[in-house]
Design a protein around this ligand. Structure first.
Ligand code: C2E
Ligand code: MG
Ligand code: MG
Length: 589
């Protein structure tokens, strides 16, 4: 999570700084709004270091955190080369001509303080370009990772790692798989895979050449494994010659096969041990993880049995745990069949979660959330069935039903509570956003239900805007021209940078709940503060999701967040409960 936050910060600041750079140079082509005091305030209070250098590598800005981290005051650094932060051995010159296709680069290393001491850092540099591609400067985000490093070392010394190969050990691996399972339960589109790997005839080598040779081989194999995986994946040694790999955040399940093949290719090459050339034959079993209710051990078992069947089939390759695939495929098929009937059988219901005005505590809107009352399985969460509904296209009629139902409910509330000036927020799916008739249909619906268009808000997620941006920009514009508010939902989770999001027009930014810190201390609010600043730049309102504690509400109020939504105020309510809440608040006329 820490890394994700770091990336968001880097992207957002890089975008903001680009505008700022252009203004400092007094360039006449600048039409965008300049940085606000909020943005400056964010840079001043941020824990991460931010340094801006010009195309010649000279520092033109550094925030207080960065200066302090390196033992300087910001003024001392202006005009110095950015390389003052690098120990002499690590200095290297990059000319702008060498950067034709590069957007940014990341690295970990040691940085130099003014007093000559060094400390570990994680760096990300973004290149700021003008629309013609000319380099205007560089923005570097610097994070002191001394603590993280200490944890890493402690882990390595402690019981989480395998001493021989330095890979994760079994205990640690199972813990990481459990985390992936929890994540998959929360996010329907998160997929992972557990791979089990071992070597054929390894015992023979151990017995024939001795354990030292065996250990040497295992160490070398572990190194090769590390090369085959991505930074977020985890390789572990379970015991003897048994390894396991967790592939994190797979785009498609098929990607696990690609990694497995890459591993096999890497491990297949001959090993030089004690003056001999030795070949190892790896076999890999794959178990895919999704939102099913297996535990970590079970995934490992599935992967291992896939490996055995691949081996007994005589293939020096990998096998996929058929049972998992089959089970999941049948489950999915069943879900899709049931989904088709759900609409006709009236199994969808809308629940409504209040959105309150933070300064006054007044209910100003409700977010409509769909629930599926399955006849056998009870209430199914949208996290579980929206992905299937997307794939089958059923999300379109279901989503349309939600829009109609929400408008019907709003009309009823407007009649009963005319003074309340309520709005309703409805989630849209990608497929819906692509419907050419969407805007017309909504406008017709609003007219027939006598709802002013400003009372309807449509939520789209940041990740929906990542593909096909031009078409989406046009669609959002049409919605806004019709007077309907556009809300960017789950903001901050889609990895888009400020400069990317600047291209879209929207009325409200909704801060994803993962950005609200858990404890009740003052720290951890940098990102929220930055998002609020960003919304101000775009003249958009901000709503925070997942407000669970009084501390959240107070802090958000203090930061100037407009609205809040979360369990502190209310869980999603069925229509009767929502109406009861309104009666208590606005009185029964
Ligand atoms: P979302 O639009 O970001 O909705 C917010 C989710 O956060 C809801 O989960 C809500 O119950 C939950 N939540 C609200 N306050 C809190 C809190 O204080 N703490 C915690 N931990 N959670 C809180 P829900 O209802 O399960 O919906 C999940 C997602 O499913 C929604 O995320 C949305 O992306 C999607 N979804 C829901 N209804 C619809 C719909 O009608 N159409 C479409 N396309 N998607 C929908
Ligand atoms: Mg939403
Ligand atoms: Mg959300």
């Amino acid at each position: 999570m820490l890394i994700e936050l770091g990336l968001l910060a880097a992207g957002a600041v890089a975008g903001g700084a680009a505008v700022w750079l252009k203004r400092r140079r007094g360039s006449p082509e600048v039409v965008e709004p300049g940085p606000t005091d909020e943005l400056r305030a964010v840079l001043d209070t941020m824990q991460l270091g931010v340094t801006v250098t010009n195309p010649d590598g000279m520092i033109i800005y550094t925030n207080p955190a960065d200066a302090k981290m390196h033992g300087y005051t910001p003024d001392e650094l202006i005009g110095k080369p950015g390389s003052v932060f690098a120990p002499p051995t690590a200095r290297k010159t990059v000319t702008t001509g060498e950067l034709p296709n590069l957007q940014s680069w990341r690295r970990e290393g040691m940085n130099l303080r003014k007093d000559g001491s060094v400390f570990p850092v994680r760096l990300r540099t973004d290149i700021v370009r003008d629309p013609t591609g000319k380099v205007h400067g560089f923005v570097t985000i610097c994070e002191d990772i001394t603590d993280e490093q200490r944890v890493r070392e402690a882990e390595a010394a402690g019981s989480l790692h395998d001493p021989l190969t330095d890979l994760a050990n079994r205990t640690f691996f199972l813990e990481l798989v459990s985390r992936a399972i929890r994540r998959a339960e929360r996010h329907g589109d998160y997929h992972f895979a557990v791979l089990h790997l071992d070597f054929e005839r390894f015992k023979l080598i151990n017995e024939g050449l001795g354990h030292d040779a065996g250990d040497e081989l295992l160490t070398e194999a572990a190194e090769r494994l590390k090369l085959a995986i991505r930074p977020n994946d985890v390789a572990a040694r379970l015991a003897g010659d048994e390894f396991a790999i967790l592939l994190d955040a797979l785009r498609t399940p098929g990607d696990a096969g690609v990694v497995a093949e890459r591993m096999i290719a890497g491990l297949d090459a001959p090993y030089a041990v004690q003056g001999r050339e030795i070949y190892l034959t790896p076999t890999i079993g794959v178990a895919y993880g999704g939102s099913s209710r297996l535990d970590a051990e079970q995934y490992l078992k599935d992967a291992r049995s896939a490996m055995y069947s691949a081996r007994s089939a005589g293939r020096n390759l990998y096998g996929v745990f058929e049972e998992t695939v089959r089970r999941r495929a049948t489950q999915r098929l069943q879900l899709e069949t049931d989904l088709r009937k759900a609409l006709d059988d009236h199994e969808f219901r809308a629940v409504y979660q209040p959105i309150v005005d933070l300064p006054s505590g007044r209910t100003v809107a409700f977010e409509a959330l769909v629930r599926w009352h399955h006849r056998d399985r009870g209430v199914i969460s949208p996290v579980e069935f929206i992905p299937a509904a997307e794939d089958t296209g059923l999300v379109v009629p279901m989503g349309w039903w939600m829009v109609e139902e929400s408008c019907r409910q709003l009309t009823a509330w407007r009649t009963e509570f005319p003074g309340a000036e309520l709005a309703i927020s409805v989630n849209l799916s990608v497929r819906q956003l692509r419907q050419t008739r969407l805007v017309d249909r909504i406008v017709e619906l609003l007219a027939s239900s006598e709802i002013p268009s400003s009372r309807l808000k449509l939520e789209v997620t940041e990740s929906m805007l990542m593909n096909d941006a031009d078409a989406q920009i046009a669609m959002l514009r049409r919605l806004r021209e019709a007077g309907i508010s556009v809300v960017i939902d789950d903001f901050g989770t889609g990895y888009s940078s400020l400069s990317y999001i600047q291209r879209f027009d929207f009325d409200v930014l909704k801060i994803d709940r993962s950005f609200l810190p858990e404890g009740d201390g003052p720290e951890g609010w940098d990102i929220v503060r930055m998002i609020i600043g960003l919304a101000r730049d775009k003249r958009a309102a901000v709503v925070a999701e997942g407000v669970e504690t009084e501390h959240h509400a107070n802090k958000l109020r203090e930061l100037g967040c407009d609205w809040g939504q979360g369990y502190l105020f209310a869980r999603p309510l069925d229509p009767d409960a929502a109406t009861a809440r309104l009666r208590a608040e606005f009185g029964n006329r």
